[in-house]
Design a protein around this ligand. Sequence first.
Ligand code: T4K
Length: 388
Amino acid sequence: MKSEIINELVNSYKLVEPVYVTQPTMPDLALYNRYMEQIWETRWLTNDGQFHKQFEERLKQYLGVEHLNLLVNGTIALVIALQSLRINGGEVITTPFTFPATPHVLYWNNVRPVFCDIDKDTLNIDPSEIEKHITPDTKAILAVHVYGNPCDVEAIDAIAQRHSLHVIYDAAHAFGVKINGRSILEYGDISALSFHATKLFSSIEGGALISNSEKQQERIRYLRNFGIADEETVIGPGINGKMNEFQASFGLLNLDIVDKEIEDRQMITKMYRRQLDNIDGIHFLNDIPNTKHNYAYFPVFVDEDAYGIGRDELYAILKKCNINTRKYFYPLCSSYSCYSTLPSATESNLPVAHSASKQVLCLPLYGRLNTDVVENICQIIKKLHNDG
Ligand code: T4K
């Protein structure tokens, strides 16, 4: 695109203050301070404290799940999920269209990731591609509900049953998502949540595992605390995966405002969809029937031929306007040097993932995002198409 057109656009639409892809949701400081006072009084900072206990119970109720363990972050949650299912070798089939944590936890558990292509409509692992990757070494399927959009859980569970495989869901993006009134976290053997600062629901850093039995929940409890059963008994090689009281109290307070956050994000999502509808070469995901969405991200997909400029140019122009978008998830995990030599990492094995990864751009989305800013972003995207 001609530099004069870009300069003119930047002059007209540049924001005074930078806007980022997200901003943490934070509880009222006065309320948080009250919790801090209690922590100072009791001097109980971590290791199963009172806020930790309350947070675990409240989360179970909110999410509508029975077996939940809090963890220090979403990555350690996934590491422990694999350990709790005794998956520490062989192969696990997963998606390349995700955050690095997903394949890295496999590597840390001595498991070889096998990358499977994704579905073009949901961007989640494509069930029709899974079976061709199953070998005698396959232990599990590690699927991701990308952007909070549910995987085809019925199809994945059917494949897992046919081949006696475990199913782990990386549900880092899927806080509060339901299908047909049932929590998405109840599918598979285990689901892992992330409560990182950049997530829809946050406890600064944090995470949780949702499992499907009392026994599994108990095992995770030991694993997150070095395998300690009592002062003189260590029943296995656990790790330190414990959430502290500062995180737990932050999470507890955020739980009171998460519904409002989802509502605000839904409103902004609707605004984006309305404004960006019918622009040649700009596509986005729509709501799925019978699904309670959480509006965690707003990815758009830029088709360079139809739109006139490519995703990278749009990213750069928005950045000049002080609008910081993110290419979640580019590059694909299969392209990282640590995984690119795997047989499953070839572009020919992952055509849909490669295409999505080259086109995707996540636009700013968080409850406090000013609607004038959303309007501004949409105007830029429209003008770039019309003037290009
Ligand atoms: N599985 C999946 C599918 C995941 O997406 C993730 C994490 C995990 C597993 C692992 O869960 P955790 O172990 O993290 O609990 C961010 C997050 O750090 C990461 O948690 C998240 N996925 C990923 C999708 O996004 P970055 O590298 O993009 O973060 P960063 O620091 O660039 O933050 C993005 C923007 O957010 C910044 O430009 C500004 C804003 N920001 C960020 C922070 C940390 C703030 O305004 N305030 C803040 O405190 O990974």
